[in-house]
Design a protein around this ligand. Structure first.
Ligand SMILES: *Cc1c(COP(=O)(O)O)cnc(C)c1O
Length: 361
């Protein structure tokens, strides 16, 4: 919360991550007194008309921001994207069947591991051999695959699919770390899912948008909580939903909508990533991890060519009020996560610090 500090903090954290200050303000107010009810948002019934209105607005904002066709249902459930890996397979992988998966790093691997509880997961592309520094070219999807699953943005390695991959079979995507960051055509999808804590809200809920005509066809018995049809039939209120994360996600979506929607976010994100990558390429002290054609607009991964400068660089960015820049242990170096709520001026501060390191060494 910027206003608590005398110096502005530039939050580059990969997740949980920065949310718009206006959203923080309104969310904190709702915890004290929601809609003038004299009650906190977190102490009213999830079946009250006040909370049902929140849930319905959240679901409908997802549809309008993503431009989803009518056949899509939207749910806000628990378990994070990590349970989403299993939910995807249980609902769309037929009993005894197979699906195709792209291996682009840690989260993709976890999705593959969970899918194996439900059937066969064919890997149709992997960049493991080069420590996931790129989006691999995809092999043909083996015939009989129920869907192609991919991770649209690889939060840890800083790579991102440049667009929706072309596929002979329906798509399922984990969009946890780039949902609402750019426009895409949802026509080819069975399902899109995203944990809230990267671009939407606090940790504790995961958004599922799925084709209701495509579920209920696997021939398997699905435990209730994993069954998307069960949740859809209860309007995402099968059990007590995570009310606070859903409320804050709704506020963030309202914020995006008021600013002009996903197109506006995309243009801002493009400007921010141009700023950082231009500096990584220009500054002789640094090098990027991801190959140019696979670079993520959300998470820029880079390192110092000379590790000996690490102490000086760390001191400089900390002094400038930058937070959360350390890279994930599987990549090392640094990671600048630039989600929707991060301002262009924060990215400029980081660029200035990189220039200052160059000037002083
Ligand atoms: C963070 C992340 C996850 C894990 O999300 P949880 O909500 O912690 O389960 C999965 N996929 C991607 C792409 C992520 O960035």
């Amino acid at each position: 919360m910027h206003q608590l500090y005398s110096m502005e903090i530039h939050n580059f954290s990969a997740g949980p991550c920065i949310l718009p200050p206006e959203v923080m303000q309104e969310a904190s107010q709702a915890v004290l007194d929601f809609n003038g009810m004299g009650l906190s948002l977190i102490e009213i019934s999830h079946r009250s008309k006040e909370f049902v209105a929140v849930m319905e607005e959240a679901r409908s904002l997802v549809k309008s921001l993503l431009g989803l066709p009518e056949r899509f249902d939207v749910l806000f459930l628990q378990g994070g994207a990590s349970l989403g890996f299993l939910t995807a397979a249980y609902n769309f992988l037929p009993e005894g069947g197979a699906a195709a998966y792209v291996d682009t790093g840690t989260w993709a691997n976890k999705a593959i591991k969970e899918a194996k509880h439900a059937g066969i997961a064919h890997v149709v592309g992997s960049s493991k051999g080069t420590n996931y520094d790129r989006i691999p070219t995809l092999d043909a999807t083996p015939s009989g695959s129920a869907y192609l699953h991919y991770t649209s943005n690889n939060t840890i390695f800083g790579t991102q699919f440049s667009g929706v991959p072309s596929s002979d079979v329906p798509l399922i995507a984990d969009m946890s770390s780039d949902i609402f960051s750019r426009t895409f055509n949802p026509e080819a999808f069975h399902m899109i899912y995203a944990g809230a804590q990267k671009n939407m809200g606090p940790a504790g809920t995961v958004m599922y948008a799925f084709d209701r005509d495509a579920v209920g066809k696997t021939g398997r018995s699905i435990p209730s909580y994993l069954d998307l049809a069960v949740h859809a039939s209860k309007d995402s209120m099968f059990n007590t939903p995570p009310v606070f994360p859903i409320y804050v996600s709704m506020l963030t979506m309202r914020w995006m909508h008021a600013l002009g929607g996903v197109e506006v976010m995309e243009a801002r994100n493009q400007r921010k990533s141009n700023l950082i990558y231009q500096e990584i390429d220009r500054n002789a002290l640094f090098e990027g991890h991801a190959t140019m054609d696979s670079r993520s607009n959300m998470n820029a991964t880079f390192r110092l060519k000379d590790d000996a400068l690490g102490t000086a660089f760390d001191a400089l960015w900390k002094e400038a009020g930058i937070n959360g820049l350390k890279g994930h242990r599987s990549v090392g170096g640094y990671r600048a996560s630039m989600y929707n709520a991060l301002s262009e001026s924060s990215v400029q501060v980081l660029v200035d610090v990189m220039k200052e390191l160059e000037r002083s060494h």
